[in-house]
Unconditional design. Structure first.
Length: 582
């Protein structure tokens, strides 16, 4: 049996090799990993550069950030490509994984490509995106907290990226945020494929068996896809990409210490911290342990690599935390989170993952991944202890760690499948003729089991629609936005309109009252004489007798801005120019 062409050693590294390494552990980057690295830089560089530019006192310039990011990607391409032989198979399959995942995720939101989540988090993210687009600055005025709430202290990485992508595409952050998140998830699947390919046993076809890791990603669907199509954990999802890239860089570096891997680790780490820093702990814990355990390095080399990898992350963290100590309290946040259960994971996936972890524990090349899983578990325990006794949501942040843990578990499951393939191909007849066929049959069979239920899943119905957005934008320009009620069935859509589109303050009695955004209380308010003067209405759900009581000022499909024919109040005045928004 012949496996695919091995990964190509990168001769640009000048560090010594460990004598105990196999030929596989002496490999550097190959062509597919160079492509992945450049794609990673194209997502991380805009966040880092925009943040540093803004911190220097200048306004964020989308054109300048684009030019600098493309320059960084070009520089990285030239540096990492030296001496790399481009194996077509690896590049093609990496691109195929990313492209197919991206196409499917875009199809879920097609044709509007607006955010799919229905939770309150989506409004908060869009609120910060709107602020960035209006000012091209981050929040520094403490008075703005009345409008943005805790988003004043929130790390702005994903919001910066969405706002920049909206400017580059000549749309806006609302229309760019879902494609940006979808691209990060697709690239994340590509990195999972690359990690699994590196961890495959010697002597087996790596590409088909690494594809099983990508298929296993779809088993914990609520944690991998539902986290942004249902729960709107947008910053967390983008940060996961950078965290998985840090893990990949550790796997690469442990096989062959190379400064390029540490540079990529640092870039991804800065992206993690500026996007959703809760994920930064596990890869930071693994880094020094891995460097200390790696044989064949001098003390000077160890120190240099630690500085290259950790120094930029520490600098970005210090720059952000300075003057923002209130941000640290975020680790005690509460909320709703998916509880891990057999209804989602089943029994086979956890069992196979544990078996795969067992193989990784006893294999030299698996220690970065085993350390990553252990560090995730330790951080989950620490968060649980830290939040113990803080009410019903005390386990919220601890359970969030499951969203990160599913990625190394999918890779571990693929390693278990590869071990089974290795055992099957030990017999001489299979080894000579059928080894490659067995390796390809396994992902095909796995796909037959996993993909049909997902294909039958109904596409999510978004709370946010283009029609409502147009109605909200019209209302913001033509009526006093503090005098607008909401006649629609989606509470999340009303909440988004109230905050992110109309710019009403979060710190107010009206925003804090959930009845503000519920259809039945809104109808009751509308049929009483002292209700608000205006409303944004979904005409498809408003009763006909209620529609007779208002005049349509502007209509966009089934969404309309309406006004009472008689009566109504406007507590903040009737002049839209009288309202001050951030």
């Amino acid at each position: 049996m012949h496996s695919e062409e091995p990964l190509i050693a990168q001769p640009t590294s000048t560090l010594p090799r460990s004598r105990g390494d196999s030929s596989h552990s002496r490999m550097g980057l190959d062509g597919a990993e160079v492509v992945a690295s450049v794609a990673l830089v194209l997502l991380a560089a805009p966040i880092i550069l925009a943040y540093l530019l803004e911190r220097s006192g200048a306004a964020i310039s989308p054109v300048a950030i684009l030019a600098l990011s493309l320059g960084a990607a070009a520089t990285m391409t030239g540096w990492l490509s030296r001496g790399v032989r481009w194996h077509a198979g690896g590049v093609v399959w990496f691109v195929a994984v990313v492209t197919m995942m991206l196409a499917w995720l875009l199809w879920l939101a097609w044709p509007a490509l607006l955010p799919l989540g229905a939770g309150v988090d989506i409004a908060h993210h869009l609120l910060l995106i709107d602020y960035i687009e209006r000012h091209w600055r981050l929040v520094h005025d403490p008075q703005v907290e009345a409008y943005l709430g805790e988003m004043v202290h929130y790390t702005p990485g994903s919001q910066l990226l969405a706002a920049l992508a909206g400017a580059w595409s000549r749309t806006d952050g609302l229309h760019a945020v879902y494609p940006v998140v979808a691209w990060s998830v697709a690239l994340k699947a590509g990195f999972v494929f690359l990690i699994a390919r590196r961890l495959m046993p010697d002597g087996v076809p790596r590409i088909p068996l690494a594809l099983t890791a990508v298929l296993f990603l779809l088993v914990p669907y609520s944690h991998v896809v539902g986290s942004f199509t249902h729960d709107s954990f947008l910053a967390q999802v983008v940060s996961e990409l950078f965290d998985i890239a840090m893990w990949w860089a550790l796997v690469v570096w442990d096989e062959r210490p190379m400064i390029g891997a540490m540079v990529l680790y640092a870039i991804a780490g800065a992206g993690v911290f500026l996007t959703w820093p809760v994920w930064i702990g596990p890869p930071l814990v693994v880094l020094p342990l891995l460097v200390l355990c790696r044989r064949g390095l001098s003390a000077r080399d160890r120190f240099a690599h630690l500085i290259v990898a950790g120094g930029p992350i520490a600098a970005v963290a210090a720059l952000y935390i300075a003057g923002r100590l209130a941000w640290v309290g975020y680790v005690r946040a509460g909320g709703a989170v998916v509880q891990p259960s057999t209804s989602e994971f089943g029994w086979l996936f956890p069992i196979v993952s544990v078996i795969g972890l067992g193989f990784l524990v006893v294999r030299r090349r698996g220690r970065a991944t085993v350390g990553f899983v252990a560090a995730i578990g330790l951080q989950a325990l620490a968060l649980f202890e830290l939040n113990d006794g803080h009410g019903e949501g005390a386990s919220y942040m601890a359970l969030k760690m499951v969203y990160l843990a599913v990625y190394p578990l999918t890779v571990a499951a693929s390693v278990a499948v590869a071990a089974g393939c290795e055992a099957l191909t030990r017999s001489a007849p299979v080894r000579q003729r059928g080894g490659m066929y067995v390796a390809w049959i396994l992902p095909v069979a796995l796909g037959i089991v996993i993909l049909p239920p997902i294909a039958r899943t109904t596409r999510p119905r978004p709370a946010i629609t283009e029609q409502l957005n147009l109605a909200g934008q019209w209302a913001r320009a033509h009526v006093d936005t503090g005098c607008v009620d909401y006649l629609m069935s989606h509470d999340a859509a009303a909440y988004w309109l109230h905050l992110a589109v109309l710019g009403n303050p979060r710190m107010s009695a009206r925003t804090g009252d959930t009845a503000t955004f519920e259809l039945k209380p809104a109808i009751v308010r509308w049929i009483t004489p002292d209700g608000l003067r205006f409303a944004i209405a979904d005409l498809s759900v408003v009763p006909r007798d209620v529609q007779q009581d208002f005049e349509v000022l502007a209509q966009f499909g089934s969404a309309a801005v309406v006004a009472r024919r008689t009566g109504g109040r406007c507590p903040v005045g009737t002049n839209p120019a009288s309202k001050t928004t951030p």
